[in-house]
Design a protein around this ligand. Structure first.
Ligand code: ADP
Ligand code: ADP
Length: 223
């Protein structure tokens, strides 16, 4: 039942934009669901509300049956820009997230290394983000989100800033990671191609509503 109306003061007027109008959906455990739709249809608004970065005007979000408000370690988030700390190494970027998540100190490094390995970056632990390609930086972003061992992985256009080749490579990589972790994923993209290749189900949005909810019955490429 999510609705969101943005209010902005423009001069003496208040401008209202209805970005979401009573949107409801649920994602089953271990399901990979994509949300697609044209620019401005409300995808990022959904993502920000699910991530706890934005309050809905009305409606609520539940994770594992519990209402959530604000960000929490039950949701791992990956945005278009991984926003890594450039002065910290790959592994220390993940360690930092684990520190914020309240993971005990003695466990952080071991866990960070485990997830850096999971995303295929073994051997790059001590590199700094600036030494890595865009795709590799985004893998660190995925490792950081998964390392907190969230209930659901929320991804908003995670490969949107990559060139076409890196993008397909990262799609394969994400499928491989998904096969290994069977993590519940909500994936936002404007690319129907990307949605179809990756998902079990695609929610098609337009104008702040879900216009279609489509199961995808393609055999996944096995790694
Ligand atoms: P998408 O991610 O699908 O491009 P958004 O969720 O970003 O869509 O935006 C949905 C609608 O809400 C658009 O009309 C957009 O202009 C508007 N919008 C988004 N953020 C704001 C904001 N902070 N203030 C006012 N309007 C906004
Ligand atoms: P991606 O987009 O998946 O990161 P790239 O095309 O950027 O892939 O890189 C291709 C391969 O080159 C990577 O998988 C990685 O093994 C290697 N590579 C990229 N950057 C570096 C680097 N700075 N040092 C060593 N190897 C690298």
């Amino acid at each position: 039942g999510l609705s969101k109306t943005y209010r902005r003061v423009v001069g003496r007027e208040i401008s209202l934009t209805a970005a979401l109008a009573d949107v409801s959906f649920s994602v089953a455990p271990q399901e990979f669901v994509s949300v697609i739709g044209p620019s401005g249809c409300g995808k990022s608004t959904i993502m920000k509300i699910l991530a706890g970065l934005l309050d809905p005007t009305s409606g609520s979000v539940k994770v594992s049956g519990r209402p959530v408000e604000g960000p929490g370690i039950d949701r791992g988030c990956v945005f278009q820009s991984p926003g890594l700390m450039p002065w910290k190494t790959v592994v220390d970027n993940v360690v930092l997230a684990l520190e914020f998540a309240g993971v005990p100190k003695r466990e952080r490094r071991r866990r960070a290394k485990e997830y850096v390995g999971l995303v295929g970056l073994d051997g790059f632990e001590r590199h700094h983000p600036g030494e890595l390609s865009g795709g590799m930086q985004q893998r660190v972003g995925i490792a950081r989100a998964l390392a907190i061992e969230p209930v659901v992985l929320l991804m908003d256009e995670p490969f949107g800033a990559l060139d076409a080749l890196s993008r397909t490579r990262m799609q394969d990589e994400l499928l491989r990671i998904w096969e290994q972790t069977k993590k519940t994923v909500l994936f936002i993209t404007h690319s129907i191609e990307e949605a179809v290749v990756l998902s079990d189900r695609v929610l098609v949005m337009g104008n702040g509503v879900i216009a279609a909810d489509v199961p995808i019955d393609l055999p996944r490429p096995r790694s």
